[in-house]
Write a protein of this length. Structure first.
Length: 272
């Protein structure tokens, strides 16, 4: 398609209800199209200074969004279905993605790039990220021993890693101790009913990423019975900021997996 025609047919006023589409549009050099963002946005940092914040995750200022006169609103997951419904009934075009795996994240990134007439640039950036992941996986393949990893997405109730995080753990060189839960798309289906099961599976490393609040490793280590867990005994409890790993976009595929890999490699050198 003619580039100028693609630009003319692309949305000009976009509201991003989650951070990953905001970060991606900035990476594509298309930040001028963004007229509203999520209040949770921290990547890129300057977006908070340049764009009005119009939503949380499960709630949004519908009147404020409508006042921005968007020609496209981008959202993520079933958790934003009510917001999407309100906007659709108000006559706004809404696209809600529901990516859960690494492959699906890349697919959504391409779709968004194509929507703004940047398909080729998007593919180039995607290829670069895929090459980095392949390099990490190649290094991890040489580890003499893969650590067992427990990733805690929330503490009350206990919720384990979503699928893309579980997959990135594998790429980084570890093994998610709850792979059967990672296959579940909804958070309520990843609840660990019995915390003693985590102790029984005995992770070597524990990662915490509590969306909206700081991970407290000392509180985790003090849980009844957790003194027997290998990760607690060796002090292998780490926080990865939710903005770096729980957003299904560029952050998780770059900074998030890099943090996982760095800690896995350090563990391997000490315990492998």
């Amino acid at each position: 398609m003619n580039p100028s025609l693609a630009q003319a047919m692309s949305p000009r006023r976009i509201v991003c209800l989650t951070e990953e589409t905001t970060e991606w549009l900035y990476l594509l050099g298309q930040e001028n199209r963004i007229v509203g963002i999520s209040g949770y946005t921290v990547r890129p940092r300057r977006a908070r200074e340049e764009k009005p914040r119009v939503s949380a995750f499960t709630s949004a200022k519908i009147d404020k969004i409508l006042a921005l006169e968007p020609d496209c609103v981008l959202g993520f997951s079933d958790m934003q279905a009510d917001i999407a419904g309100s906007l659709i009934r108000a006559g706004v075009q809404v696209t809600v993605f529901n990516q859960r795996s690494v492959t699906e994240i890349f697919s959504v990134l391409y779709q968004v790039a194509a929507m703004v007439g940047q398909g080729e640039q998007g593919l180039a950036l995607i290829a670069d990220m895929q090459q980095r992941l392949a390099a990490i996986a190649k290094t991890a393949a040489g580890l003499p021993r893969r650590p067992k990893i427990y990733f805690e997405e929330w503490d009350v109730p206990l919720i384990s890693a979503i699928r893309w995080v579980s997959e990135l753990i594998g790429i980084a060189g570890g093994d998610d101790i709850f792979p059967e839960l990672a296959a579940q798309s909804l958070g309520k289906h990843r609840i660990i009913a019995d915390g003693a099961e985590i102790v029984r599976r005995n992770p070597d490393i524990i990662f915490g990423s509590w969306c909206g609040k700081k991970f407290r490793p000392q509180n985790v280590a003090a849980r009844p019975g957790w003194g027997e867990v290998a990760a607690v005994q060796t002090g292998q409890l780490f926080e990865i900021k939710s903005a770096d790993i729980l957003q299904p976009g560029p952050a998780a595929l770059t900074d998030g997996v890099a943090q996982l890999h760095r800690i896995v490699m350090a563990w391997s050198q000490a315990h492998g």
